[in-house]
Design a protein around this ligand. Structure first.
Ligand SMILES: NC(=O)c1ccc[n+]([C@@H]2O[C@H](COP(=O)([O-])OP(=O)(O)OC[C@H]3O[C@@H](n4cnc5c(N)ncnc54)[C@H](O)[C@@H]3O)[C@@H](O)[C@H]2O)c1
Length: 380
């Protein structure tokens, strides 16, 4: 039977533009999907780059203004892979035009914007999801399944870090292509909205809602040349953030993120300690899940490293043979597959825009606490 065609328009040809485009190409091949994707158009700032990207990845056309992409009747689905400050306007315009929307994280610059986006997609009734892709790394999905089976029992502790080291040089400018992350006007915040948002989304998914937080942030390099103005300007993002949190289930948490941890490129780890068992995961070894179960026979009790490659592990029956692993790019392929399977079945894949609003509210509370020095409630 011929598959239905979904015409996709992607806004942004950078890092995420590549991972998402790859996902549309691969998902129907590896997963049973009722759809095939047609790469209709990509949009980005520079004409030459957009044209080369379209040609390399097999897009039928390109645009240099995202509004033109959304106005097109031949586009069914809009995929937002642009810097954070653009998500709000693109998503609302796409919702009003009746498009299906996949949006990169963080959903927005702050929870006020995020709420407006939630209202727009819900009013328009368009399918929507946010690309918090770590949920769909097979080892992380396995952690979710083990927790949901009750193997950990009551959870006492949640611990997450996300460490990088790429902004230590004082000569690094802020603003513009790729460096928009250092400019609060384009990013909303620093590591909080960029890296901790991932940690928070995973934590909310695995361990439930966070009630309150207390945080500290620091900006180590106070001024940088701005690529768009050519002037040296104050840096207003948080270079580093550490916060404590209380989950509604009574567990305590510590979270830390920085771009100043020399030697670490993308070290995202989390550990959860329960009454019966503990779980650890590490992005640098993403196909393994560490698990300790106190109920094991004492003679063989210890941390085990589960190689998440067997066919009964999440997603792995669609990939290679047992013993052979998949990588970072697969989390996006799984995201596209789940999103569209959810549209077909009527059971939406998560996180929806509304789910991702909660992460945004935690980020707002963190940034507020870093200013007030007090514990702040997460306002949802
Ligand atoms: N899920 C993840 O693991 C993950 C990883 C990286 C980035 N992201 C998110 O994806 C989104 C895009 O990030 P990226 O790393 O692909 O960015 P990038 O800098 O690599 O690409 C940005 C794209 O947006 C376009 N653009 C349009 N207007 C722009 C402007 N005024 N300034 C700069 N670029 C502009 C650029 O042309 C480019 O195509 C962000 O929201 C980011 O937070 C998610």
């Amino acid at each position: 039977m011929a598959k239905k065609k979904i015409n996709v328009g992607i806004v942004g040809y950078g890092f995420m533009g590549r991972t998402h485009t790859n996902a549309y190409r691969q998902a129907p091949k590896f997963f049973d999907m009722p759809y095939d994707f047609v790469l209709k158009a990509v949009s980005g700032l520079e004409k030459d780059v957009a044209e080369a990207f379209a040609s390399n990845w097999g897009f039928e056309s390109f645009e240099t203004d995202w509004r033109k992409l959304i106005e097109r009747d031949d586009i069914d689905a809009v995929d937002i892979c642009a810097p954070n400050f653009m998500h709000h306007d693109i998503a609302i315009a796409a919702a009003e035009a009746g498009k299906t929307i996949l949006c990169e994280k963080p959903l927005a610059m702050n929870s006020k914007e995020a709420l407006e986006m939630v209202e727009a997609v819900e009013k328009a009734g368009v399918p929507n999801m946010v690309s918090y892709n770590y949920r769909r790394i097979p080892a992380v999905t396995l952690a979710k399944n083990l927790i949901d089976e009750g193997r950990l029992g009551r959870v006492f502790h949640y611990r997450a870090v996300f460490l990088q080291d790429w902004t230590i040089s004082t000569d690094l400018p802020q603003g513009g292509d790729a460096l928009w992350r250092l400019d609060a006007k384009a990013a909303g915040s620093g590591v909080t909205g960029d890296l901790l948002a991932h940690c928070i989304d995973t934590a909310l998914w695995l361990n439930g809602s966070i009630g309150s937080v207390t945080a500290m942030t620091e900006t180590f390099v106070k001024e940088r040349k701005h690529n768009l103005t050519g002037k040296v300007e104050p840096v207003t993002i948080d270079d580093a953030c550490a916060f404590l949190a209380r989950f509604d289930n009574g567990s305590l948490a510590t979270f830390e993120s920085t771009r100043y941890a020399r030697g670490h490129k993308a070290l995202y780890t989390f550990e959860i300690n329960g009454e019966h068992a503990s779980i650890q995961w590490d992005l640098h070894d993403l196909h393994r899940l560490s698990y300790f179960d106190h109920r094991d026979d004492s003679l063989v009790r210890g941390w085990r490293s589960i190689h998440v490659t067997d066919g009964d592990m999440p997603y792995m029956d669609r990939w290679w043979v047992p013993g052979l692993s998949v990588g970072f790019e697969c989390s996006f392929i799984h995201g596209v597959a789940d999103f569209y399977k959810g549209i077909e079945s009527g059971e939406p894949a998560h996180p929806t825009f509304r789910d991702a609003l909660e992460t945004q509210s935690v980020c707002d509370a963190i940034l507020k606490s870093a200013k007030t020095g007090a514990w702040e409630k997460v306002e949802c």
